[in-house]
Design a binder for this molecule. Structure first.
Ligand code: PHE
Length: 462
């Protein structure tokens, strides 16, 4: 099989950032921040990003570059000759490979919601969203009908599949270079506008000033789940991307860029949405935030200024694009796994993945209407009050990703050894300022953090 590679460092950074920046930053981060206390969540997230997230992101890229393989192969290669321990740790590769198969279907469901809002912005007068209740009703009514969300979900899957079939490098890289900066500029513009909304000050305080009384272990658990999701770690993507990197590339510098880019976009998305939520609905609206947040708040923002209609349409198109680049990287990873492990041709692998996505995705869509009261896993305590989408999100982010990350950590520390890993990471000409921090995090911070997340998933921490 021909090995693809990145032609330049910027190629890697763009591809990794395109995968990392997506709905996680624009849809998931703001609602979690609003829900888990604003400033305190933001602070926890930053601290974890600089320690825990950084350590795992770097380790995964390093494992990829060391082995030149995708996750299953990489784990297998490094665990060889380690007897039974090696065999056990090698299963970590499979966990890393299964996670994106769980995430992709529900990711596309939300991609479908974004697609629908592009049409809403083009067809409904945005001033309608000024009336109280309308923004929420518009979203809730949409979710409770089985047909529309299913259709938009299918449209989003079709867009993603088309890109993967056409080949990722040419189209997507070129788009990425233009549309990503546009998205960021638009978000900054909206942030500035939101600063002048009446009551926005309370929202800024809520977002930027940590309120310690709102801190609980759930802040840490959710911030960590968000890190996995947002950085695309514990799902083999960064291992795969690392494997495309060339020996002479500076691993540390590349990872720093991805980390910075992803955090800045999340921070700006929060700055755009949270003051607006508080301005329109007060702090209680923030505390009750859920997955619908951007779909309910952003139309209200656009309704409040002239030209909002066009800005709204452009906004959702750009979010759609950010979502599509991430969905493409998820689909590519799954296709790659099937091609390597089951020896399927590319076409067959794409078809298998699409069938899987369609089945789980449609069940997820029906979780909000036809299957509302018949959750297939409702007999398990943790899933009782969750929608199917929340359940999939929980299984991947709070259970499988921490388990996968534990395997990665064990692989790094014990099987390969930090000495060898650090020698691989250390740039030949250049400095690695955070080496000590990296070592400290890998040995002391990462495993306890992951255990807390897992303990929470068992429900024992209630
Ligand atoms: N990191 C992406 C986001 O923030 C989501 C994603 C997860 C993409 C896993 C690829 C792989 O939206």
């Amino acid at each position: 099989m021909k090995k693809e590679g990145f032609s330049s460092r910027i190629g890697f950074i763009l591809a990794a950032a395109g995968s990392a920046v997506g709905l996680g930053n624009i849809w998931r981060f703001p609602y979690l921040t609003a829900k888990y206390g604003g400033g305190i969540f933001l602070l926890t997230y930053f601290v974890l990003m600089l320690t825990f997230g950084y350590a795992l992101l770097l380790s995964e890229n390093c494992i990829g570059r060391m082995t030149g393989r995708s996750p299953i192969g990489a784990f297998r290669k490094l665990c060889r000759n380690n007897g039974i321990t090696g065999k056990i740790v090698a299963t970590g590769g499979w966990i890393n490979a299964i996670v994106p198969m769980i995430i992709l279907p529900y990711y596309c469901v939300i991609g479908g919601w974004v697609t629908r809002y592009v049409f809403v912005m083009l067809s409904t007068p945005v001033s309608d969203f000024n009336a109280p209740g309308v923004p929420t009703d518009c979203f809730v009514d949409f979710l409770s009908s089985p047909v529309q969300p299913a259709v938009f979900f299918a449209v989003f899957v079709a867009i993603t599949a088309l890109v993967v079939c056409l080949g990722v490098e040419k189209g997507i890289e070129r788009f990425n270079k233009v549309l990503m900066p546009m998205l960021i500029l638009l978000i900054i513009g909206i942030c500035i506008y939101c600063m002048f909304l009446p009551n926005a000050k309370a929202g800024f305080t809520y977002y930027l000033k940590p309120d310690w009384s709102k801190f609980s272990y759930m802040t840490v658990v959710e911030a960590m789940g968000q890190l996995f999701f947002s950085l695309s770690i514990a799902m083999g993507i960064m291992i795969t991307y690392g494997s495309y990197m060339r020996r002479q590339d500076n691993l540390v510098a590349c990872v720093n860029h991805v980390e910075l880019f992803d955090t800045v976009v999340s921070f700006l998305a929060g700055l755009m949405i949270i003051p607006a939520v508080v301005a329109f609905g007060g702090e209680s609206a923030a505390n009750n935030a859920g997955p619908g947040l951007i779909f309910i708040v952003m139309p209200q923002v656009f309704a409040s200024f002239s030209g909002g209609q066009i800005a709204g349409a452009i906004f959702f198109v750009l979010v759609l694009f950010a979502a599509a680049t991430s969905a493409v990287s998820l689909l590519e990873t799954n296709v790659h796994t099937l091609m390597q492990e089951l020896r399927l041709s590319r076409e067959k692998a794409i078809i298998c993945c699409l069938v899987e996505v369609m089945i789980i995705g449609i069940v997820t869509v029906f979780g909000y209407n036809l299957l509302k009261n018949v959750h297939p896993l409702a007999f398990i305590e943790q899933f009782k009050n969750k929608d199917i989408l929340d359940t999939l999100d929980f299984i991947s982010n709070s259970v499988l990703m921490p388990v996968g990350a534990i395997f990665t950590t064990v692989l790094t520390i014990w099987i390969v050894g930090l000495k060898k890993i650090c020698a691989e990471i250390r740039p030949e000409n250049g400095k690695w300022y955070r080496e000590l921090l990296y070592r400290f995090c890998m040995v002391v911070i990462v495993i306890p953090c992951l255990l807390i997340v897992l303990l929470n998933a068992t429900g024992l921490l209630k």
